[in-house]
Design a protein around this ligand. Structure first.
Ligand code: NAD
Ligand code: IPM
Ligand code: MN
Length: 358
């Protein structure tokens, strides 16, 4: 494959370390990206942005409207490490930066691939080596909009309402993205996950739209699962699932489960994408305060985001090289403790950049 996509061989990427292990894994990701760019003659500009709890606590603002506009206008994509800091217990900066960018840039596809790269990585007893699931999580609606409120807060009569927002337009575009991805990548099945037996209003909308959109894809197997049964089945027979489309919260939960079944959070990348407009790539994992600063965070999810970014930029050969490098590092046992190795975050990164420079 060539690296001559419609965007050419140039791109500007914003690198946002964030909090906790975010800056540790993002430093590796940026090095790997630079090495891959050098190897493939790509002209990539990487600019570091300090959007973090530190910045929020220092300036009293997490991200300004102008910064959000500039990120989307001046960059082709962004790479984010993770956000979340015990010093910000109400998570205000996560809402402003991460959820803010998802809403502001209308990044409606949360693309979360969970592929079992090597069977030994799975905690399952007899893992199927073909396990390869792609989650299409709706990323701008559902229970995440903040609609609702509290009444009599702080009293014993407190009432908390958190509304789930589902629009025809929002459901249609994520379901369509899932079917189009399946068709384009030769995946034979799309599964809708919902809770239509209890959440009857949103369930009815999702099921109708799924059937309507699916009608245009007669060669794709289509089924629906309730989210509770799906949680069970992702452990029982994850190999059955190819493309899963679901709402914001269910996708959040199931993608952590899918990640663990295929090797753990340390390996799982994701993309927040408004197709053709802008994208933000970030590991599925968070800032992992329990291991932050120890130099042992697995950087492979962040490096997986580099591969996704390069793929998004149509720099396919470079993306394939980075993916190959991830698998090679695991096979060669250059791994952090979560994968049973003894390498540090930086050592994994140095091994990868050396391999890409060879
Ligand atoms: P987490 O994903 O940060 O950690 C869960 C567990 O997985 C921890 O034991 C952690 O050590 C481990 N882990 C995660 N990433 C790892 C890696 N790369 N290598 C090795 N081990 C890894 O989830 P949490 O503890 O629930 O959340 C911590 C903070 O992160 C919270 O503030 C949360 O809101 C935030 N968060 C942010 C994002 C994001 O920025 N996209 C995602 C999830 C959680
Ligand atoms: C994720 C995270 C976020 C989410 C949090 C930090 C708000 O868990 O990206 O998976 O729930 O979307
Ligand atoms: Mn999550």
């Amino acid at each position: 494959m060539s690296d001559r996509g419609s965007r050419g061989r140039q791109a500007r990427i914003a690198v946002i370390g964030g909090d906790g292990i975010g800056p540790e894994v993002t430093a590796v990701a940026a090095d790997v990206l630079a090495a891959a760019a050098h190897r493939h003659g790509l002209d990539l500009t990487l600019d570091r942005w300090d959007l973090s709890a530190d910045r929020y606590l220092r300036d009293g603002v997490a991200i300004t409207d102008a910064e959000r506009d500039r990120l989307v206008r001046d960059y082709d994509a962004a790479l984010l490490g993770a956000l979340g800091d015990p010093r910000v217990p109400d998570h205000a900066h996560i809402r402003d930066i991460l959820l803010g960018l998802r809403f502001h840039a209308d990044l409606y596809v949360n693309f979360r691939p969970c592929k079992l790269l090597i069977p030994a990585l799975s905690p399952l007893r007899d893992p199927d080596p073909t396990t390869d699931i792609v989650f299409f999580r709706e990323n701008t609606e559902g229970l995440y909009t903040g609609l609702g409120g509290r009444f009599k807060a702080g009293t014993t009569e407190e009432v908390a309402v958190q509304e789930s927002l589902n629009t025809y337009r929002g459901v249609e575009r994520i379901v369509r993205a899932a079917f189009e991805h399946a068709a384009a990548t030769g995946r034979g099945r799309v599964t809708l996950v919902d809770k239509a037996n209890a959440l009857v209003h949103e369930g009815a909308l999702w099921r109708r739209v799924f059937a309507e959109v699916g009608a245009a894809f007669p060669d794709t197997a289509q089924d629906a699962m309730y989210v509770d049964a799906m949680a069970m089945d992702l452990v029982r027979r994850p190999q059955r699932y190819e493309v899963v489309v679901t709402s914001n919260l269910f996708g959040d939960i199931l993608s952590d489960l899918g990640a663990q079944v295929t090797g753990g959070l340390g390996l799982a990348p994701s993309g927040n994408i408004n197709p053709g407009v802008w994208a933000l790539f970030e590991p599925v994992h968070g800032s992992a305060p329990d291991i932050a600063g120890q130099g042992i965070a697995n950087p492979l999810a962040a490096v997986g985001c580099v591969a996704l970014t390069l793929g998004y930029l149509e720099m396919d050969a470079a993306a394939a090289d980075v993916e190959e490098c991830i698998v090679a590092s695991i096979r060669e046992r250059v791994s952090t403790p979560d994968l049973g190795g003894s390498a540090t975050t930086r050592e994994v990164g140095e091994w990868m950049t050396a391999r890409l420079r060879d």
